[in-house]
Design a protein around this ligand. Sequence first.
Ligand SMILES: NC(=O)c1ccc[n+]([C@@H]2O[C@H](COP(=O)([O-])OP(=O)(O)OC[C@H]3O[C@@H](n4cnc5c(N)ncnc54)[C@H](OP(=O)(O)O)[C@@H]3O)[C@@H](O)[C@H]2O)c1
Length: 281
Amino acid sequence: MKNNILVLGGTGKTGRKVVEQLTNRGQKVRVGSRNATPSFDWNVPANWPAAFQGIDKIYITFQPDLAVPGALEAIELLTKEAHKAGIKKLVLLSGKGEREAELCEQVVIHSGIDYTIVRASWFNQNFSESFFLDPILAGHVALPQAQAKVPYVDTDDIAAVVVETLLDDQHNGEIYELTGPRLLTFEDVIQEINKATERNIVFTPISLDAYSKMLKEFQLPADYVWLITYLFTEVIGNEKNSLVTHDIEKVLGRKAKDFSTYVQETAATGVWSSIPKNQRA
Ligand SMILES: NC(=O)c1ccc[n+]([C@@H]2O[C@H](COP(=O)([O-])OP(=O)(O)OC[C@H]3O[C@@H](n4cnc5c(N)ncnc54)[C@H](OP(=O)(O)O)[C@@H]3O)[C@@H](O)[C@H]2O)c1
């Protein structure tokens, strides 16, 4: 059966892969982003009904994170508007180990619309498409929680699970916890990247205070510094998040992608060999 599916964040890390996989499976897909037509902006709810028109199902990726102040209210409003628009299914991307995100999950669970919650661990792609790329390019990665072991998950696997949950009703009412197949410290990560790229990126453990001071010195916005500090404290600093789960295998019938495979594939794109943004002409 062909569905009309709205993918919020449809050009983002998971969304663009969900769009590609749904399209390959013959579904009708609408990209939800500020630059799409009709446009979807989390800060402009007046425009949401136009983006929801004619849509059966929605994949929700919130910006920047379900833990930030205002996220709960935004998810409440979104589910209300989705209900009004006759949306039949919601799939929410949530963060594993984030208490605030779980409150947002509850809103979706009690929305009166069929749902699946996809709770993901930290993405592999944070090292190639997000906040850790610039320090890697600069050749020096200084991070707190050096002892923490993280079961990084690949966005290819997240997108594949999201697509299954959007298309198959047997996943309705489920909460899936997605992790990769093994635990890595930041030092392990940098070693793997060094091996694959033949670079000599240095990893330095620092305190959380020193890290947040460093981010402020780089003049990053205060709410961004707050979010990163929160994630390092609540998610990475929480031992309960250092657990490997098997939900990817359960949904897809195959093993989750290993971090080394991600590193090999990403090294081959050349993204870790380019010049850092702040050193470009
Ligand atoms: N990174 C992790 O390790 C991790 C782990 C677990 C959960 N998560 C969750 O993943 C979610 C983000 O998903 P993602 O990484 O796939 O997306 P992403 O790459 O962060 O998202 C970028 C997308 O969001 C759109 N966007 C940005 N600002 C927007 C706004 N104000 N209104 C509407 N669209 C906007 C962008 O399009 P335009 O610029 O065109 O608008 C683009 O399509 C967050 O809720 C985060 O909590 C992340």
